[in-house]
Design a protein around this ligand. Structure first.
Ligand SMILES: O=C(O)CCC(=O)C(=O)O
Length: 259
């Protein structure tokens, strides 16, 4: 990336919040400056280069558990200001995941709702994902797609995908529950982001282009949500990023890394 900086956006209008609530997603601008994004991109390039041979770059799940650098982004005050507009001031980091699709053979992500995968681990299931474009993300390199308004109907039927090798997950929402007229391709320029609700049906096509498509999913929930992970998934960590716990002390938060 060369050239001058781009404009950083932190104000979320009431219209944007209403759009998110109505449609289950929102395209947004640059929350990080160009130099902040460049540093993240360099860092991710290094992470990808040092992946073990048997691990695909779409599978870099919960990288922040052992990578304090990522908290510069996950807990950035500008991000928290924006997230607060959707879920209020008591903000918990639920998870994060780099999904980097190599050029030429990047995996598809089948139609799914995040909330179904997390099931009973969260009560109630109330998560917002910020998807940050580490690379430009276009239809041609497998940008994320949503079914607009699909978050309003939570109980979808799933079936196994035909080809396990070409998909990041192996279950997908049945075709009858996908209204093709409601598909929105969320193309982003490098450094821009979009948001989606935990019940919005979303996915992405394979990357058969000559350009990598890397996105960072940064996932937040209000501190009213009870996390049942100490029992259901003891190796998972959650972090209270701002405000106060509102679960009456039932959540166990991992302290933020220092330094
Ligand atoms: O990166 C993608 O294509 C899919 C992302 C996704 O499934 C998510 O953010 O929950």
């Amino acid at each position: 990336m060369t050239g001058g900086d781009w404009e950083v956006e932190t104000a979320v209008s009431d219209e944007q919040v209403d759009f998110y609530r109505e449609h289950g997603y929102l395209k947004f601008g640059h929350i990080f400056s160009k130099s902040e994004l460049s540093k993240l991109r360099e860092h991710v390039d290094g992470m990808i280069a040092s992946l073990p041979e048997d691990k695909r770059p779409e599978q870099m799940d919960v990288p922040h558990f052992d990578n304090p650098f990522l908290f510069n982004y996950l807990a950035h005050p500008r991000v928290l200001n924006v997230i607060e507009r959707f879920i209020g001031p008591d903000i918990v980091l639920w998870s994060s995941h780099f999904i980097s699709k190599r050029s030429g053979d990047g995996l598809a992500v089948p139609w799914h709702q995040d909330g179904v995968y997390w099931g009973e681990r969260l009560e109630p299931m109330r998560v917002i994902t910020m998807w940050l474009a580490v690379d430009e993300s276009l239809v041609t390199n497998g940008c994320m797609r949503v079914i607009a308004g699909s978050h309003k109907f939570r109980d979808r039927r799933y079936e196994e995908v035909d080809n396990h090798d070409e998909n990041l997950f192996h279950n997908e929402v049945v075709a009858d529950d996908i209204d093709p007229s409601r598909i929105v391709d969320l193309e982003l320029r490098i450094g821009e982001c979009h948001f989606h609700d935990g019940f919005t049906i979303h996915g992405s096509n394979p990357n058969t282009s000559q350009r990598r498509r890397c996105g960072y999913t940064m996932r937040y929930m209000p501190a009213t949500v009870r996390c049942n992970d100490p029992v259901l998934n003891p190796s998972h960590h959650i972090y209270l990023l701002s405000g106060e716990d509102r679960t009456g002390g039932s959540n166990i938060y991992t302290p933020l890394p220092t330094g």
